[in-house]
Unconditional design. Structure first.
Length: 181
C-alpha cells in the first residue's frame, strides 16, 4: 500500500468528509462549490451525499464487543450463530496465524443493530427490499447524469460484496474512467 501511494501522481488526505465538499446536482459535479470536470470515483453513500433527498437507504449495522479470554476460545477464526443468541458471529484473530500458541486471547462478538442515518455508526449491510432498491435507483439516476461521477464499491453500489468482488469493482470503475477519458 505504501509503495503504491508513494507514486508522484497520487496524493492522499484522510479524515476529510467528501460529502461536505462534493455535490451532484442537475448533472453537474461540484467540488468546494465549483464545477469539477475531472473524474471522481466515489465510495461513500449516495443518500448521505445527496442529503437524503429521496429518503435514507435501509442498512443494518453492528456493535463489536471485544473480550479478553483464555486461548483458544474457539477452534477457528470465525464462528457464525444463526440461532437465538443476541450476537451473530464471534471472531478470534489468533487463528489467522495458524500454529501459534498464546498466553491469552481476544474474542470479538458482533451484535446486529438497526442503522440510523447520520449517526456515528457505519452502514454495513444493505437490507434487501423493494423500497431500498427504488430509493437507490432515484439516487443513481441523479448520479449517472454527471458524466464524470463514478459511484463504486459496497456503499456506492448499495450492495453487500466480499473483498474479491470489491477488488473487481475497483478495477471495473478504473476501466470505465479510462475508457471515457
Ligand atoms: C461487518 C463486515 C464484515 C465483512 N466481512 C467480510 C469477510 O469476512 N470477508 C470478505 O471477503 N468481505 C467481508 N466484508 C466485505 C468487505 O469488507 C467489503 O467488500 C469491502 O471492504 C468493500 O470495499 P469498498 O472499498 O467498497 O468499501 P469500504 O471498505 O467501506 O471503503 C469505502 C471507503 O470510503 C470511505 N468513505 C465513505 N464515505 C466517505 C466520505 N463521505 N468521505 C470520505 N471518505 C468516505 C470510507 O472511509 C472507506 O475508506 C465485510 C463487510 C462488513 C461491513
Amino acid at each position: 500500500m505504501e509503495n503504491m501511494l508513494a507514486h508522484p501522481n497520487i496524493s492522499l488526505e484522510t479524515g476529510v468528509d467528501a460529502d461536505a465538499r462534493l455535490s451532484v446536482e442537475g448533472g453537474v459535479l461540484s467540488f468546494d462549490g465549483e464545477r469539477f470536470e475531472d473524474a471522481v470515483i466515489y465510495t461513500g453513500s449516495l443518500d448521505k451525499l445527496m442529503r437524503y433527498k429521496y429518503g435514507a437507504l435501509p442498512y443494518r449495522t453492528l456493535d463489536f464487543v471485544t473480550k479478553k479470554t483464555a486461548w483458544p476460545f474457539q477452534p477457528v477464526a470465525v464462528v457464525n450463530y444463526p440461532d437465538s443468541r443476541p450476537y451473530t458471529r464471534t471472531m478470534e484473530s489468533g487463528h489467522f496465524y495458524p500454529g501459534n500458541d498464546y498466553n491469552f486471547s481476544r474474542v470479538t462478538y458482533e451484535y446486529p443493530l438497526a442503522y440510523e442515518p447520520d449517526s456515528d455508526r457505519e452502514p454495513y449491510y444493505p437490507i434487501p427490499s423493494e423500497r431500498g432498491a427504488e430509493i437507490y435507483k432515484l439516487y443513481m439516476n441523479d448520479a449517472s447524469a454527471a458524466r464524470n461521477f463514478y459511484p463504486a464499491g459496497r456503499l456506492g453500489g448499495y450492495r453487500y460484496i466480499n473483498m474479491d468482488a470489491a477488488v473487481l469493482d475497483g478495477l471495473a470503475a478504473a476501466e470505465k474512467v479510462i475508457c471515457k477519458n
